[in-house]
Ligand binder design. Structure first.
Ligand code: AR6
Length: 381
């Protein structure tokens, strides 16, 4: 996922670089600076001594030593003095210069703390806005995984007005399990409902019925004409398209179903998720990169989807593209269904995404901030 907000301790992250909210001496201090020096060990301070400090808004790099991260990018945020002393521009520079340094050193992933939002006193809601908008502008031009780490979850300040509107929507719509669950649209297989955040299990570890439904959804357009040849194919030995067919045959025979009936069903399949996605990108005159960036989807994942007609996405991935394509609620339902999912009012994340789509707010960064604020998995991959 190109941009993610996570809660936790930045010193534990396995990324190419973590950013340190340091002071101009670069010789250590409290807060995240102290935590990074403790976790990296004394060699970090030795290297920092050779850097001769760093000006506010600038950034310098060292190795990560005992940290799981390869590098530490040391930057200095502004001390809050009321907001009229160029604090915002200095804070933007701290993020931007750290990102440029990461790019220069070919880092593919970098994690930031909320620079200046601790000892330096920058108001937290404004510090979050500066962090997210600066990272976002950078990701529009560059490919990188950028993580914003929130150490103290209670201090995460999300837009108060939006928070209360979403809370109201959740009160009216979210079914917490005490009453009957409302499921929007047609559901294919109960495992799909609200199951987007769980890792998908292997096709062959499911119940027979689920396997057959799964196979039927995922099958390619061309049926296997030659029954004998189809019998001879074992799912794992076949190339991807053939493998789907072989799995379907395997499932069908496990159920005692006649391969002929299945072959007939195969000839009436809808377009797949991948085909529908590419068609909608084209029909909107969008560039691929415009779409996957808006969806907060990694370029490599998008290439996989593009090259595999039977690609099976997670629910978060489908919803991310629905947002990027600015689908309305009915279109979102139809799109989800292509991948075997549905929006459920028993799933808090679904209701939050539904709120944004119903209000035609297709800003992925706001959606993900809201999902984080409500402790839900983010969209994208
Ligand atoms: N992981 C992630 N975030 C953290 C961690 C951690 N382990 N520890 C704290 N934070 P601060 P500043 C968060 O005060 O405001 C130092 O003494 C913390 O909750 O570390 O830029 C330096 O030497 C807050 O949201 O940095 C400077 O003198 C954010 O990191 C001065 O503090 C930044 O808080 C810099 O002040």
């Amino acid at each position: 996922m190109p941009f993610r907000i996570v809660s936790g301790d930045i010193t534990k992250l396995h990324v190419d670089a973590i950013v340190n909210a340091a002071n101009t001496s670069l010789l250590g201090g409290g807060g995240v600076d102290g935590a990074i020096h403790r976790a990296a060990g004394p060699r970090l301070l030795e290297e920092c001594r050779t850097l001769h400090g760093c000006r506010t808004g600038e950034a310098k790099m060292t190795l990560g030593y005992d940290l799981p991260a390869k590098y530490v990018i040391h930057t200095v945020g502004p001390i809050w003095q009321g907001g009229r002393c160029g604090e915002e521009e200095l804070l933007r520079s701290a993020y931007r210069n750290s990102l440029l340094l990461a790019l220069e050193k070919n880092c593919e992933s970098v994690a930031f703390p909320m620079i200046s939002a601790g000892v330096y006193g920058y108001p937290k809601e404004q510090a979050l806005e500066v962090a997210v908008s600066t990272i976002r502008a950078f990701l529009e031009e560059n490919e990188m995984d950028v993580i914003l780490v929130i150490f103290d979850r209670d201090s995460f300040r999300f837009d108060v007005r939006l928070y209360s509107e979403i809370s109201g929507y959740l009160r009216n719509t979210y079914d917490d399990g005490k009453g009957p669950g409302i499921i929007l649209g047609d559901v294919v297989g109960s495992a799909a409902v609200g199951g987007g955040s769980r890792p998908r299990r292997s096709l062959f570890s499911r119940t027979k019925k689920a396997r057959v439904e799964e196979c039927a959804r995922a099958l390619p357009e061309e049926p296997v004409e030659d029954e004998e040849a189809a019998d001879a194919i074992t799912p794992d030995a076949a190339p991807p398209v053939m493998r789907m067919q072989a799995e379907a045959m395997y499932c069908a025979s496990a159920m005692g179903a006649a391969p002929n009936g299945l072959a007939e069903a195969l000839s009436n399949l809808d377009e797949s998720f991948s085909q529908a996605l590419l068609r909608m990108i084209d029909s909107r005159g969008m560039k691929d990169s415009e779409c996957y960036k808006k969806a907060n989807i990694d370029r490599k994942l998008f290439s996989k989807i593009r090259s595999d007609v039977n690609y099976r996405p997670s629910k978060q991935t489908v919803l991310a593209f629905a947002v990027a394509l600015e689908l309305d609620l009915n279109e979102t339902e139809a799109f989800l269904k292509k991948a075997g999912f549905a929006l459920s009012h028993s799933n808090k994340a679904d209701v939050i995404v539904e709120y944004f789509i119903a209000n035609k707010n297709y800003d992925m960064y706001s959606i993900n901030e809201a999902l984080f604020a409500f402790d839900q998995n983010l969209l994208g991959a």
